[in-house]
Design a protein around this ligand. Structure first.
Ligand code: SF4
Ligand code: SF4
Ligand code: SF4
Length: 180
């Protein structure tokens, strides 16, 4: 703890470690069920895993802000012969798709880092991720300006996938891991 000082909470996603088990989706939906843990429904999860079983590639995406209108100029990505829409890796709750929209109410879903009272030691999706693809970090706010790498890493994964393709990003991460 930081004596009441504000902290930045972040989840860094190591996309190369994701196995596509979707335990994170189940845990998130159960945590946000009313009453808590009363049901499991990935459609209510604030994290979704883009799965390509044939190519053994998986990308977890945490829900971000609401977008009231679809964006223009969407791209498509060809990865290992499969065509992905840019929307697949986008964090927005957007009218273009049913990701991150509460199925009964139609309300947008956004990751709230599992806020609870008393607080959890770490977000539930991180706890259930046995592959350690999701890593929780907490640091003082004053350090945030100098240490934007963590948040950038999470945003960067999605941006890199959009720019270079999923297969290239995974290959790069695996090369980095081997070199470390
Ligand atoms: S729990 Fe971890 S390994 Fe499983 S799908 Fe979610 S992020 Fe991937
Ligand atoms: S999901 Fe994202 S990329 Fe797709 S239209 Fe909406 S804002 Fe644009
Ligand atoms: S941090 Fe909590 S609210 Fe956010 S995606 Fe993970 S389980 Fe869901």
């Amino acid at each position: 703890m930081n004596g009441g000082a504000k902290t930045v909470k972040e989840i860094v996603i190591d996309v190369g470690k994701c196995t596509g088990c979707r335990a994170c989706e189940m845990a998130c939906s159960a945590f946000h069920a009313k009453p808590r843990y009363s049901s499991v429904n990935p459609a209510r999860s604030r994290i979704r895993v883009v799965c390509d079983e044939i190519n053994d590639e998986y990308v977890p995406v945490r829900a971000g802000n609401l977008t009231r209108a679809e964006c223009d100029g969407r791209h498509f990505y060809q990865i290992e012969g499969k065509r992905y829409s840019e929307c697949s890796f986008c964090r927005a709750s957007c009218p273009s798709r049913d990701f991150f929209i509460e199925p009964d109410s139609g309300l947008p879903l956004k990751c709230d880092m599992c806020e609870d009272e008393p607080p959890l030691a770490e977000p539930l999706c991180v706890t259930v991720c046995e592959a350690q693809c999701l890593v929780y970090r907490e640091r003082p706010l004053e350090a945030a300006a100098d240490q934007s790498a963590g948040e950038a890493a999470e945003r960067g994964v999605v941006a890199l996938v959009q720019q270079h393709g999923l297969a290239a990003v995974i290959e790069h991460l695996q090369r980095r891991a081997r070199a470390a």
